[in-house]
Design a binder for this molecule. Structure first.
Ligand code: NAD
Length: 409
């Protein structure tokens, strides 16, 4: 019995199903199922009070068939190697779905950043980077921000790597501040990509934006940006929430005036559980994983679930949605705007020439539209859900190039 909330098992469940439908060669199956490299490091850090603490860090590189590895670094007290392994594989499939020349990786440090001072956080970051120095690099593996890591952490990583290289290497990480090799449009990229897909999905709903009711869980980088951009496109965003709860208005919320959910005035309050079950056209889970599960999926009343978060829907919920004819636009496609602009950042750094906002937006729009079309066609051709189609397409691409390169002995 697969544990619905274990990210590794969830990922493997989807992988196995797609591999079976593709009739993936058993040897290639073994290659793609396992990561290329798992690195565990122990980081000694002198804390502000003079004590020495040890922090455990990971980096998993899942696949390099199509180019350098790409994936975020998370700082969290409950990061595990299993979780990082699943997330690294996820990145391989995500990069392949949007057809960018990267493989997948993920990293993490077991720590609670809220308990660290800024100088301790910097030391953890620099020591982690130094321990990983042989494994990362613009041609090898390019980290990025994830849970509890940000532009500042990326600037420290870039600086540490550069100090060892004895020259500035901006392309070693993405998600850097603009001016230090960061790309315009990176911060909004995931929400922007979701908006492009939502506009494409209107053709399936056969509706204009003004008639389309959207519910969004999570009001951070992804959810907040998507809410604003969808509102600007004319969609009716009827409910939004953060970790403390949500707000609802049947005629649509005045999104630009809502900076913090807690401060919103004269509006109905709802819980996150209620929000997920509201009747709407598009439900965007953009908070965290395992939000739509066997416990609530049969009460979801959306026509489309557009996954902003990674892994918000378990495979059991997927089956319920398929029965109920609810279309799920999967994370590895829907939220790939972020990694796509990370790719643009890496390209601009290597080029030494930076694009305007407009150029980033146009190129991102093209990638998202094309990828959505590819997955939709694949799903129709093979009579499978968009999730299975996205995995099949991704695995097919990676398997093809793995075979073409051959197995080095
Ligand atoms: P964030 O920290 O900026 O925002 C998260 C939001 O979700 C906040 O409003 C928070 O209050 C809310 N939230 C957290 N836990 C919740 C819970 N249990 N119930 C309800 N609300 C909760 O994070 P983000 O960057 O917007 O990322 C959100 C999700 O999108 C994550 O799954 C992340 O992995 C995924 N993602 C992010 C990016 C990106 O570019 N930032 C790219 C791809 C995927």
């Amino acid at each position: 019995m697969v544990d619905e909330t274990n990210p590794f098992e969830e990922m493997m469940q989807r992988f196995d199903r797609a591999a079976e439908l593709l009739r993936l060669d058993s040897g290639l199956y073994k290659v793609l199922r396992n990561p290329t490299r798992e690195i565990t490091v122990y980081l000694p850090v002198i804390m502000d009070d003079g004590r020495i603490e040890i922090f455990k860090g990971f980096r998993v590189q899942h696949n390099i068939a199509r180019g350098p590895c790409k994936g975020g670094i998370r700082y969290s007290p409950d990061v595990t190697l299993d979780e990082i392994k699943a997330l690294a594989a996820w990145m391989t499939w995500k990069c392949a779905v949007v057809n960018i020349p990267f493989g997948g990786a993920k990293g993490g440090v077991v720590c609670d950043p809220s308990q660290l001072t800024i100088s301790e956080l910097e030391k953890v970051t620099r020591r982690y980077t130094a321990e990983m120095i042989d494994f990362i690099g613009p041609e090898k593996d390019v980290p990025a921000p994830d849970l509890n890591t940000d532009e500042q952490v990326m600037a420290w990583m870039m600086d540490t790597y550069s100090m060892h290289a004895r020259h500035t290497v901006t392309a070693v990480v993405t998600g850097k501040p603009v001016g230090l090799g960061g790309s315009r449009g990176r911060r909004e990229a995931t929400g922007f990509g979701l908006t492009v897909i939502a506009l494409e999905a209107l053709r399936i709903l056969n509706k204009a934006p003004e008639e389309t009711r959207v519910v969004i869980q999570g009001y951070g980088n992804v959810g907040g940006t998507a809410a604003l951009l969808l509102h600007q496109q004319g969609f009716k965003v009827v409910a939004v929430s953060d970790i403390h709860g949500g707000i609802y208005h049947r005629d649509g919320l005045a999104i630009p005036s809502i900076t913090r959910i807690a401060d919103a005035q004269k509006i109905d309050r709802i819980t996150n559980a209620e929000l997920l079950e509201l009747s709407c056209d598009i439900l965007i889970p953009a908070a965290t994983e395992n939000q739509l599960t066997s416990k609530n999926a049969d009460r979801v009343r959306a026509k489309i679930v557009l996954e902003g978060a990674n892994g918000p829907t378990t495979h059991v919920a997927d089956e319920i949605f398929e029965e109920k004819n609810i279309l799920v636009i999967p994370d590895i496609l829907a939220n790939a705007g972020g990694v796509t602009v990370s790719y643009f950042e890496w390209v601009q750094d290597r080029y030494g020439y930076f694009w305007k906002d407009q150029e980033v937006r146009e190129r991102l729009t093209e990638v998202m539209k094309m990828s959505f079309g590819d997955v939709l066609n694949y799903a129709q051709m093979h009579q499978v859900t968009l999730r299975t189609a996205a995995y099949m397409l991704a695995i097919d691409r990676v398997a093809h190039y793995t075979k073409l390169r051959g197995i080095y002995a």
